[in-house]
Design a protein around this ligand. Structure first.
Ligand code: CTP
Length: 227
């Protein structure tokens, strides 16, 4: 089954975890890589959905794919679990916040002492939840899962451990400390590692061209899997 006949779920952008009514924890993800992937996915499968955290709405204009807006990592987990299906491809380009405040305060924190500590608790790992669902439900064994690894050091080792720990079919590694790679830029430098070995290196490319190249690599991976 090629991408044309599959549902493609792309996630992108950051998530937001509120501290009080006026402050939150988030990260620098712009959602640009996710949007490029959703556009490239929609060119191959009309059944494409882009699940995104808070991003600049103008980035979405012109996109013809279905969208779902979420705010927190918990919301993103719910939306991903709701969308996955046996014939889907999940591309997790989102940068979910890994921690959230232990409690969300109803009233604004007022300036007081010189130091302020906020207790954080770990958020669920969405890809690990998907892996657990896949292993519990054999009908989902055909779900093809692609992760991203944004790293600043020991890039390859971390990407390979995520490939294994999150039970991924592929991981797209980018070293966000390199010029031209990373969150707010229009370009990226990616290396893909595949389940069971295999690596594809891409040069510095526009996120648009890279998205298309990643979709091509997924298509090849799907074809190899059915053999
Ligand atoms: N991811 C996820 N759930 C999270 C955090 C990340 O599913 N709570 C996904 C991301 O969308 C990405 C992959 O896991 O596809 C790796 O994300 P990354 O931020 O690089 O790594 P983490 O797993 O969060 O680990 P660390 O922050 O320690 O590098």
């Amino acid at each position: 089954m090629s991408l044309k006949d599959r549902k493609i779920i792309v996630t992108g952008g950051p998530t937001r975890e509120w501290i009080d009514p006026v402050r939150y924890i988030s990260n620098a993800s712009s959602g640009k890589m996710g949007i490029a992937l959703a556009s490239a996915a929609h060119a191959r499968s009309k059944d494409t959905v882009f699940i995104h955290g808070p991003i600049d709405p103008s980035l979405l204009s012109g996109g013809r794919f279905r969208t779902r807006a979420v705010e927190s990592t918990g919301d993103l987990l719910g939306a991903v679990m709701d969308e996955i299906s046996p014939d889907a491809v999940l591309i997790m380009a989102a940068a979910p916040a890994d921690y959230r405040p232990a409690e969300r305060l109803g009233l604004k924190i007022k300036k007081g002492s010189d130091e302020l500590r906020i207790d954080l608790v770990k958020n669920p790992d969405i890809l690990k939840n998907v892996a657990a669902r896949k292993s519990a439900d054999p009908s989902l064994s055909g779900l093809f899962v692609v992760g991203f690894a944004a790293e600043t050091h020991d890039v390859e080792a971390y990407a390979l451990s995520k490939l294994e720990e999150k039970d991924l079919d592929m991981i797209c590694m980018n070293d966000v400390s390199r010029e031209g790679a990373g969150f707010a830029t229009d370009t990226n430098i990616v290396v893909i590692f595949k389940r069971g070995g295999g690596r594809v290196d891409f040069p510095l490319m526009s996120k648009r061209d890279l998205a298309s190249a990643i979709l091509d690599t997924i298509e090849t991976g799907l074809a190899a899997r059915v053999k």
